[in-house]
Design a protein around this ligand. Sequence first.
Ligand code: FE2
Length: 285
Amino acid sequence: MADSKLLFHLSDIHFGLVDERAIAWVEREIRERRPDMVAITGDLTMRARQREFDAATEWITRLEAPVTVDVGNHDLPYFNLIERFFDPYRRFHGMKDLVEREIVLPGLALVPLNTTARAQPRFNWSKGWVSKGALHRCLAAIDALPTGTRALVTVHHPLREVGTKGTALTHGGGHALDELAKRGALAVLSGHVHDAFDIMEQTPHGPVRMIGAGTLSQRIRSTPPSFNELHWDGEQLDVRVRNLEHVDTRAMQIDDVPEDALPPREPGEPVAPVGRVPPSDPPVY
Ligand SMILES: [Fe+2]
């Protein structure tokens, strides 16, 4: 079918603590399968160090496909607050044309929505924040798409407003979802959680599909490293979770969005059926 498209959705590669086997495999898959687009939904690095960005840039520029990259909370300068405030994307210089890049193909487009703030009026800056300006830019881009072109919106943080413990995972996420529902967005592609999911979120303006990709790093939550393969046939969007261990898609997906990206440590937090919860996180430094 003329409209059919193949998209790879990668996330949370975390150069600095990457799973080398996993990224070598993904690179090979991209070379062989030639996806029409590759979306990387943030957290390219572990601590936004220059050497981590250099490794990310080298890997991404080798990929033989159009790529767009969202900024994750791990990608803003962590130790250098002056740079964080005044030039937060400086370390992306080797791939700056790919950052928050809109990709429009006949019938299907990737439209970025930034959820990573330099600072927030709350203690935890790792959570998401949809600013008025970022939402406005995203909605204007959707409104400007050629008639009949469906939008996949790329974000780092899932647009989930209220966590189980009462704090917003993504401030402004609920309002953003409402606006995307009004425009009939095909889905919102996110990262941050390190487990895959594919759920419908209800809004007063109708449902919005939320699709999360897992991680390609050693920081696993409850599933092996993975990425999502999306097939669009012009009517249906099909999601397959790919991993090196050939675990099937259902077993790789969690059935709800947890409050944060940390591995499940408390009973009741969403865990995928594969249930690979590491006893402790790998060292970051
Ligand atoms: Fe991450």
